[in-house]
Design a protein around this ligand. Structure first.
Ligand code: AMP
Length: 212
């Protein structure tokens, strides 16, 4: 199964992606996670990407596209994948189309999780993540068992630099201008889900799409 999850930052893509990927045993490919890992490891990609990420801007298409070409050629993508945070521009979507054509495969589902801007700012300001294992929590609906420490590895949780309110506003602006046009690009295939509902209701809506 090959899926794209679209939606503004903080719409719950990452949370839903994890659940779906576990369910269908497919890899969760998040360009944000791959970039953060590169920043952490101090790679050349990480070095180039960091200033864009810190200010909430998109990392240039050519960096993302070449990074993704490598990812698709890995063994775990053989039975499918879920893309979270990619494509994020029309240029990336066109590059993905070319790549899929070369690999002689197609997408099965393109799902857009829709949440209004005011809810997003509220949600993201309550988001915490573990800089060690990457586990993401939210003080509104996915609280850690012990305040401020990661349930999995016990280390201190932090707010991502780009989850600070000013940067979030910029990320939303970038989303509306550069990523939202993908909804029209994929209009023949896209399915919308109401991301204001709670986590399990959104999951149910997505799973229903797979069964319909
Ligand atoms: P995310 O975790 O998906 O919200 O991504 C965090 C940041 O990584 C974004 O604000 C961008 O700076 C960068 N990023 C992630 N995915 C992409 C992409 N497909 N194209 C360009 N920049 C990206």
């Amino acid at each position: 199964m090959r899926i794209i999850l679209l939606g503004p930052p903080g719409c719950g893509k990452g949370t839903q992606a994890e659940i779906i990927c576990k369910n269908f045993s497919i890899p969760h490919i998040s360009t944000g996670d791959i970039l953060r890992d590169n920043v952490k490891r101090g790679t050349e990609i990480g070095f180039k990407a960091k200033e864009y990420m810190d200010s909430g801007r998109l990392v240039p298409d050519e960096i993302i596209i070449s990074m993704m070409k490598g990812r698709f050629s890995e063994k775990d993508c053989k039975n499918g994948f879920l893309l979270d945070g990619f494509p994020r521009t029309i240029t990336q979507a066109e590059a993905l189309d070319d790549l899929l054509k070369q690999m002689k495969i197609s997408l099965d589902y393109i799902i857009n999780i829709d949440v209004p801007d005011e809810d997003i700012i509220n949600r993201i300001s309550k988001r915490l993540s573990c800089s060690n294992c990457g586990e993401v929590y939210n003080l509104l609906y996915k609280k850690p068992k012990n305040e401020m420490t990661c349930d999995s590895c016990g280390l201190k949780l932090n707010q991502r630099d780009d989850d600070k309110e000013e940067v979030v506003k910029n990320r939303l602006d970038v989303y509306r201008k550069q990523t939202a046009p993908l909804i029209k690009y994929y209009k023949d295939k896209i399915k919308n889900v109401d991301g204001r509902k709670n986590i399990s209701e959104v999951t149910k809506e997505i799973l229903n799409l797979f069964n319909s």
